[in-house]
Design a protein. Structure first.
Length: 317
């Protein structure tokens, strides 16, 4: 529902305490979309038709990162220039000021620091130092800003079309892991770890252990963060082990496991309307249905609907 008064913008927010002020004359029209993807992870999209000055603070214990939606939109964040190729960073409980010139259109994620540290695994302490160093700053990283913008908007738009995606544990987990990955790409230290830090035999045991663990949990495939925590390795070490020994990244491996699970459900289930395919996809953590169909066709050479039709024909339905 459109917001006609700038003062109404922040009243419903739960991860922020902020005051919004209109700075250019004319009728105001705005919109706020706030979604919690489980405890400790909020995604927010704020829009306004006029120049807006915002001041306030985020919730204690939360790390917030945000990016302007229209590339090239300029303004100020804590006294620093803000453009479409930059990302704002705010540790928990810190005050901020932001001026959006010519209109406001910002998408952001606020993440519990405990979630970030858990996702970082062995790099947690370095990440904590990196977040502190980025206190109330603008990070000028165009490619990372683009990925953050695209990833957060994709989640929000998918939930606008199908809010019940949050009812599926695997979908929530997949969305959460996507946001955590985007945040770690931005905030983790940039030093490249020695790709041979793990002995070849250790990499082999790691790949075998991850594969067995994933296959033992077919209904709830673990996230990359969970695997890092369970096996006591960094995300980079896990990735290198799979690239070197399995020929594919760990995320691709997990996706293939989930795709095979969805295929088994499609083959086992009765012929149903196409919408049921979306429920099966969501059950296996694929909250973006067109992307699921593309992954599925790439792996199996046919669309999910074709698998269902062929199964129904074979069953004589």
């Amino acid at each position: 529902m459109p917001i006609r008064d700038v003062a109404e913008l922040g009243r419903e927010l739960t991860a922020w305490s902020a005051v919004y002020e209109q700075m250019t004359p004319g009728l105001f029209e705005g919109r706020v979309r706030e979604v919690w993807i489980g405890p400790g992870l909020e995604v927010l999209w704020e829009k306004g038709s006029q120049s807006v000055f915002t001041s306030g603070a985020n919730a204690p214990g939360m790390v917030s990162i945000g990016v302007p939606v229209p590339p090239g939109r300029v303004g100020l964040y804590c006294g620093m220039p803000l453009a479409g190729d930059a990302v704002t960073c705010l540790p928990g409980g810190r005050e901020f000021e932001m001026f959006c010139r010519g209109g406001m259109d910002i998408v952001s994620a606020s993440i519990a620091e405990s979630l970030l540290l858990e996702a970082a695994g062995q790099g947690g302490e370095a990440l904590r130092a990196g977040v502190a160093a980025a206190c109330s700053r603008v990070l000028v990283r165009p490619s990372a800003a683009g990925r953050l913008r695209h990833g957060l908007l994709e989640i929000l738009r998918a939930l606008e079309r199908k809010p019940e995606l949050l009812d599926f544990h695997a979908s929530r987990q997949a969305m959460r892991d996507d946001v955590l990955s985007l945040a770690l790409d931005l905030l983790a230290p940039g030093a490249v770890r020695d790709r041979w830090a793990l002995h070849p035999s250790a990499r082999g045991r790691l790949v075998r252990g991850v594969r067995e663990y994933v296959l033992d949990h077919p209904g709830a495939p673990p996230s990359v963060a969970e695997l890092c925590h369970r096996f006591g390795v960094s995300r980079r070490a896990l990735q290198y082990a799979f690239e070197d020994l399995a020929g594919l990244g760990v995320a691709q491996f997990l996706r293939c496991v989930r795709l095979n699970g969805a295929r088994r459900d499609l083959i086992a289930g009765p012929a149903e309307p196409a919408a049921a395919i979306g429920d099966i996809a969501a059950h296996w953590g694929f909250w973006h249905l067109p992307r699921f169909s593309g992954y599925y066709r790439s792996l199996f050479g046919e669309l999910p609907s074709a698998t269902r039709r062929r199964t129904a024909m074979g069953a004589g339905l």
